[in-house]
Design a protein around this ligand. Structure first.
Ligand code: NDP
Length: 391
């Protein structure tokens, strides 16, 4: 029995609140806090179990500490934005409480995500006897655990790994992103990067593509992107020779993005506008649909998995492990679209692993460093079944 504090009342925060509420035996008391408390209240009103709400600016460490001291959670689930990661980790360190997030830290003024800032907390978390679980969403998150599962059960060594992510859903909007628009656009417009034979190789943004046949979705053009799980998997899965990440985008989405980039709307630096300083991408975020608002009427599926090739007992093998998730079904269950759902369910599953002791350790961990079996069993029970095919 334990209290949980959820920070961030967006699309993912909504799923996390619903899913924690479905587990009264694990999370005895739930508090949902965010910058705008009204959004927390709206989510709480959807759920039968009582959910406490609070206002917090998670970038303000003393405010976060005061909130944690009041709520006394066993774990803080950070589903605000990557900019808040270090501030919430500082507050967890000060109060001796476990921490979990779904996206790694990224500085506001540079579109560059890396684990080095969060890995630097390793010794301090260890000494305090508390745990930080990094990247417990779908990708990163489940993709790391899928890799660990295949590594444990099907391979002596994985040599090639391609993570493939398709959203073949339709929300009816001319242009919208499925999670926070600012974070999403910063990620996609970065240079591509993959790891091969011990070195990082760079590509121009969205310049490399290939077709991939996704279960439940069919053939889709997929673009090579840099994604944060590549960094930890390249380090933790010994013997890996190449790891790449691929994501599908429709032609119309890419055309909108190109125009927005060309006119400067995706810039992350300040520009002068009528005597005020504004950051174009933040202004764009205010104009674009809120990811949570896409959920009603969203049709189609997401299909995400890991294609691994390697060796077992001297024989070459190739396996594909994946999940398919339906936007309309997740809406019926928790009033959220599948991208929020596939992120929120692993976050709650990871938190439950920590709270119940199944994954409890001291220090800072990526998902592939922990035993994949109890996590995957729980994940399937909670709405994200997984399948393995030999290819
Ligand atoms: P949203 O933009 O819908 O929600 C973010 C929420 O965080 C908003 O409610 C926002 O408040 C709140 N917030 C922002 N800044 C602060 C702050 N300083 N203090 C307190 N609250 C704050 O995003 P999503 O729900 O779509 O995404 C949430 C997280 O999940 C992101 O970090 C994203 O990168 C990650 N993600 C991870 C995935 C994975 O598979 N690993 C996939 C998809 C998303 P306000 O409403 O007031 O702006």
């Amino acid at each position: 029995m334990s209290n949980v504090l959820i920070v961030g009342a967006g699309g993912v925060g909504q799923v996390v609140a619903h899913k924690c509420a479905q587990l009264p035996q694990v999370f005895s008391d739930i508090t949902l806090a965010s910058r705008t408390e009204e959004k927390c209240r709206r989510i709480a009103a959807q759920i039968e179990r009582p959910i406490r709400t609070a206002q917090v600016d998670a970038d303000n460490v003393p405010q976060m500490i005061a909130l944690i001291e009041r709520v006394k959670p066993k774990v803080v689930i950070n589903v605000a934005l990557p900019y808040q990661d270090l501030h919430i980790m500082d507050a967890c360190l000060a109060t001796g409480v476990d921490y979990l997030d779904t996206a790694n830290y990224e500085p506001l003024d540079e579109a560059k995500f890396e684990y080095k800032w969060q890995w630097a907390y390793q010794e301090r978390f260890k000494q305090k006897g508390i745990m930080a679980l990094l990247g417990s969403g779908f990708d990163p998150g489940v993709t790391n655990v899928y890799t660990a599962h295949l590594h444990k059960h099907e391979f002596d060594e994985i040599e090639w790994l391609d993570i493939v992510d398709a959203n073949a859903g339709s929300h009816g909007q001319p242009f919208a992103t499925n999670f926070n628009p600012e974070i999403n656009i910063r990620e996609i417009t970065q240079r591509g990067r993959y790891w091969e034979d011990g070195a990082w190789k760079e590509t121009d943004p969205l310049s490399v593509s290939r077709m991939f046949d996704y279960p439940g979705v069919g053939e889709r053009k997929s673009y090579l992107l840099y994604h944060e799980e590549l960094e930890s998997l390249a380090q933790n899965i010994k013997g890996l020779r190449r790891i790449r990440f691929w994501m599908t985008f429709g032609e119309s989405y890419l055309k909108h993005l190109e125009v927005l980039q060309n006119v400067g709307m995706t810039r992350i630096d300040e520009v002068e506008f009528e005597g005020k300083k504004i950051v174009p991408i933040k202004f764009l975020r205010a104009l674009l649909p809120d990811p949570a608002s896409l959920a009603a009427g969203y049709t189609g599926k997401t299909s995400i998995g890991c294609l691994c090739e390697g060796v077992k007992d001297g024989v070459r093998r190739r396996y594909f492990i994946y999940n398919v998730c339906d936007h309309a079904e997740t809406y019926r269950e928790v009033r959220a679209q599948a991208v929020s759902y596939t992120t929120g369910v692993p976050a709650v599953t990871g938190a439950a692993m920590m709270v119940t002791g199944a994954w409890k350790r001291a220090g800072v961990f990526n998902m592939e460093q922990l035993d994949p079996d109890p996590f995957l069993a729980d994940l399937a029970r909670r709405g994200l079944p997984w399948h393995v095919e030999e290819r």
